[in-house]
Write a protein that binds this ligand. Structure first.
Ligand code: MG
Length: 390
């Protein structure tokens, strides 16, 4: 009987997805068991999680601050450990890359939430998964929706539609967008997420990164993946088939559902904490194609994805730098796309890169984006000085 329990490792357990994953696991004590938790610097929360879930392994960059008797291992050793059935990769940034590869090489199932893994190294990750017959299950709501729509289908779809809430500023004009403050941008109307993802959802970069992920997850051509603005976030994505039929997956926006589906797949479990959709509370569902003039980030992401090589890693890194600079009030909201674009423009691509070359491109892009925004900042100061002199 005990063998039916799925043994789970969570990398990034103190982040938004990690905490919600623990919430799901807590609801199914006879089906799911946490055997490892890994987190970065939030030692206090990790310690509380360890004491509650009692996993035999853990990892943290703040090891000295954690009082726990379990075995301390690297994220790679946890991800490939024989006692782990499924690894939830929900780390921030590129930290999930190497543990994901370790898990796949050991034949472990990976439930993937961290965008950077497939965006930066999609080609390598998918190759390793198929070489070692390891599964990658999406946790992101859009990819989970497409995955659910594809169940039982034998023929390749015609188009995939990723839905986007549009974020808080979708109706803003270009000049209004330039004035957006970090405080406004961190208030997302529908989803509760981490800071970086929240800003990315306001610029629609998030959706651009999801296009690249969808390309790798479903081995689907870029031109067949489209973005639909859907403010209510009830339809999580759609699949169009060759005969003109469309399938969509709907639910209240709650990340615990796609997390749970990755853990219960191919089964579906009732969870009293997951609300059923109440149609009395829904007035209408709206859809419209995305406007790439005001929101150029998805276009940049699609181009970087199509060019391939090290471009997507550069896109990711430049965006991370630009978002951080925006949050620190060094650049404006609309500068984020400009910094990313300029960094991509200056990049010398490497086709079929190794993991080392991807990481080198990442480091180069961070340096380049920082330099570009510094120059940009000086230019802004120079202009305001000129105005003062006049
Ligand atoms: Mg998403």
């Amino acid at each position: 009987m005990g063998d039916n329990i799925r043994k789970i490792a969570i990398l990034g357990s103190t982040g938004s997805i990690g905490r919600q994953a623990l919430d799901v696991i807590r609801a199914f004590p006879d089906k799911l068991k946490v055997v490892a938790l890994a987190a970065n610097k939030n030692a206090r929360l990790l310690e509380a999680q360890l004491k509650q879930f009692q996993p035999r392994m853990f990892c943290s960059s703040a090891k000295a601050d954690i009082d726990y008797g379990g075995e301390f291992l690297s994220m790679e050793d946890i991800a490939s450990h024989p006692e782990v059935d499924l690894v939830i990769v929900a780390t921030a940034g590129k930290a999930g890359l190497s543990p994901t590869l370790a898990a796949l090489r050991a034949g472990r199932t990976v439930a993937l939430a961290s965008k950077e893994v497939l965006v930066m190294a999609g080609e390598i990750v998918i190759r390793e998964a198929s070489l070692h017959k390891a599964q990658i299950l999406p946790i992101d709501s859009e990819h989970s929706a497409i995955w659910q729509c594809l169940q039982g289908e034998e023929d390749k779809p015609r188009r995939l539609f990723l839905t986007a809430s549009g974020g808080p500023f979708y109706r803003y004009s270009q000049s209004q967008l330039a004035e957006v403050t970090p405080e406004q941008a961190l208030q997302h109307p529908v989803w509760k997420m981490g800071r970086k993802v929240t800003i990315d959802s306001g610029t629609l970069m998030n959706k651009g990164l999801e296009v690249i992920e969808a390309h790798w997850l479903f081995s689907f051509p870029f031109d067949g993946i489209e973005i639909l603005i859907h403010p209510q976030s009830i339809v999580h994505s759609l699949v169009e088939f060759m005969d003109g039929s469309l399938k969509a997956q709907l639910s209240w926006p709650d990340m615990r559902l796609p997390i749970q589906y990755a853990l219960s797949y191919p089964r579906r479990w009732p969870n009293p904490k997951l609300p059923y959709l109440d149609w009395n509370k829904i007035d209408s569902l709206n859809f419209e194609p995305a406007d790439y003039n005001r929101f150029p980030c998805p276009k940049l992401a699609r181009e970087a994805g199509k060019l391939g090589g090290t471009y997507p890693a550069v896109l990711c890194a430049a965006d991370e730098v630009a978002v951080e600079l925006f949050l620190n009030r060094r650049i404006s909201f609309t500068d984020i796309a400009k910094i990313v674009q300029k960094t991509l423009d200056q990049h010398q691509n490497i086709a079929k890169p190794s993991l080392e070359e991807i990481l080198a491109a990442d480091a180069w892009a961070r340096e380049c984006a920082t330099r570009l925004s510094l120059g940009h900042y000086k230019e802004l100061e120079r202009r305001s000085n000129l105005r003062l002199e006049r």
